[in-house]
Design a protein. Sequence first.
Length: 462
Amino acid sequence: MMRTHGFACLVAFSLAVDAQAENPIIQTRFTADPAPLVHDGTVYLYTSHDEDDARGFVMRDWRLYTSKDMVNWTDHGAVASLATFPWARQDNDAWAPQVVERGKKFYLYVPISVEGWPKNVIAVAVADKPEGPFKDALGHPLIAKASYNIDPTVFVDDDGQAYLYWGNPEPYYVKLNKDMISYSGEVTKAGPKLTNYQEGPWFYKRKGKYYLAYASTCCSEGIGYAMSDSPTGPWKQMNPLMEPNKASSGNHPGIIDFKGNSYVFGFNYQLNFAETPIHRERRSVTVAKFDYNADGSIPTQPWWNREGVKQLGTLDPFKRVEAETIAWTTAIQGGWDHTIDWAPCLKTEKDEKVGVYVTDVRGTCSIKVAGVDFAKGASSFTASVASGSQGGTLELHLDRADGPLIGSMKIANTGGWQAWREETMQVTGASGVHDLFLIFKGGRDEPLFNVDYWRFAKAEKK
Ligand code: FUB
C-alpha cells in the first residue's frame, strides 16, 4: 500500500525495493470468486466481476488475469459473458466460475440463471486456449434448474474420472463424462453433512488426499475445508482454513500450488470501503501463501493481509510488457505528501485490434510494476500510446512513486484514442532490480493518453 511520505523519506529510503504485492491483487475492477488455474508456468486467474455501480450482486461477465510471479497481474479482459449463453438471463447472475484443462481444451463452468423458479443452472463453455474465447458447449444447461445450483468446481482425477461439485447451502456432485460436457449417474449430495459449509466449493487432490475447501459459516464467511481419501467422500470437516472477519460478509476459496508454494485466493471489500463506508457487493480478489502440515492438513490462516505475497522471480523489461500488467495502481491526490491507500485513476478496455490497453487515465495516476530487473542498465523506454485529448506527461520512477526519476516524456494528441504510435524517451539510472512506477500527470477533466504496451532497451555495453 502506498504510504504518506515526503522528500526527507525519499532520500532516506530511495534504495529500498519493495517487491511485495498488495492485496487486493486487482485494483482496476471489482473482482470476486477467484478460480486460479496453473498452466504452462503461468497462473490463469479467472474471476467473476462486480459492476462499478453494484449495490447488491450485479455480475455480467467473467474475467481473466495472468501472472508468472504472483505479484504483477496482466489483465486479459472478459473471456466470457452472459452473451456466451444467449438462452440465459442476460442482465445479471454471472456468478462464480472455474476453468479446467483436459485434452488441450479448456472448459469453463459457470452458474447462471434462467426464467422461472428455481432459476439456477450450471453451464459449460469451451475454448482452445486458456485466454478464450469460450463458446457455449451445449446450447442449454449442463445441470438443470435447482435452487442450490451455484459455484461449480471441477477436478479431473489421475484415473481420468472428472467430478463436478457445486452448491449452496450443501455440496452436490456428479461424475462428468470424458467429454466434460455431459455426466453420468445421479446428482448426489456430498456427506456426511459439513456443518460449517455454505457455498463456493473448491475441489482438488494433493499428495493422494482429496480436499473440498469452501466458503463457511455465513455471514461473515470464512473458509472451511474437508478432507477425504476418496473423491466422493465421506468428507471429514477440518479446522477453519480462515476464520470469518466482520469486515467482509463473503469469501470464496481458490487453491493452487505454483512454483513450489501453496496459495489460497479469496476476496475482501477493501476497495469498496476505500470509496464508501457503505457495504456494497463490490469485492476484490486477495491472495495468501500458506504451508500444509506434514499430514496434509492446513493450519488456520490469518485474515487477508494488506501486503499480499512475495514476488516469484523478476520481470524482464526488455521484452514487450503489456501496460495492463499491474502490481498496484492508485490515484495520487494532493501531491506526494498525501498519497492515499487507493483511488481509481485509470481503466482497462479490450479492443479487437490491440487487445487490452490502459485508458481513461486522469489526474496524477500511478502504475506500480514490481521487481523489474534492469540488469546492467537500460538506455531508453518505448511505449505504444494514443491520445485524442491534449495528452499529458509520463514519468518513470524507481522504488516508489516519488523515488528516483529515470525518465520523463510528454505525450501529445496522436490524432485519436485509437491512433496508436510508439514514443521513446531516454532513461538514466536504471540498473539492477527495482519496482517501477509509471506516473501519469495531467488534468482530471479529460483522459490523458492510452498505453497499450511498453519495453526498455538495454544500455550499450561499454
Ligand atoms: O459472486 C456471487 C456469489 O457470491 C458466489 O457465487 C458465491 O460463492 C458468493 O461469493
